[in-house]
Design a protein around this ligand. Sequence first.
Ligand code: ZN
Length: 283
Amino acid sequence: MHEIQFAEKEIATTEDKILELMVNADARDKEVKAAQAELKAEAAEIEKEKIEARQRTAEDEKQLVEWRAKRDQMRAGVNEDLLRHYERVSKFRGSGISEVRDHKCMACQVMLRPQIYNDVRTGQQTVICDSCQRILYFNPANEMQALEPEHKRSRRHHPKIDAPQAWYYRAEFGDAGEVFLCMHNAGGQASRHVFDVGTGRLIGDILSREGDFRQAFPEDVTGAIRLNGSWSEKEMENWGTEMPMTALDSLHADLEAARYEMSSRTTAKAEKPAAVPTEQAAS
Ligand SMILES: [Zn+2]
């Protein structure tokens, strides 16, 4: 009896173990299936990337052939000695040509002698940089840019439309001539300061009217050039009857920038229609 009991217990334990193993096998099976699906997706992704890479390579190779043909065609038009010089320098320095800007070789930054600079500008003969041996060339468009003052090259900051304080320039203001106007909105009131453009002196009284300055002083704002400028009311009270030189200078600088901006805008517009008849004449 005792032996039978022992054997039955043994059987039960073994059956439990079998059940446990079966459950585990199920879980493993699921994991294997998930991993297989992931592998399949990844393989498809890699295949897609391979196709893209092959297309890109084909496109690059096509362009390479085109560029090589263009290069050969252009080289055929260049003096042989000059080509040899170009090859030598470009092998040694990584580039064989250099732009000249503002009297300088842009590659080695060495200043050119005036005669050399003129020769490069006129383009009548080939000029080589004394210091780095690169062949020099000149691009008038870039030279113009190098000569422009800093503030003209960088884009002008534009004043905010809804700022409570606004500065304007007027070419004519009654007997006063050129003036800077400062408009200020505060507590439903608009105030107006008028300053002489040359001296920065306050002209006349500070006027106050009801409402927003655009409604209160429409005749002053219309046709005036809006400028950048912002000084607190307290600061302006401290100015008394004359604005400080720093303020006057900054208004002048911004006026110059604004005028330059307007002139470049109008010339850009003016050039467009002019190009049409020339094109027609050429064809
Ligand atoms: Zn150089």
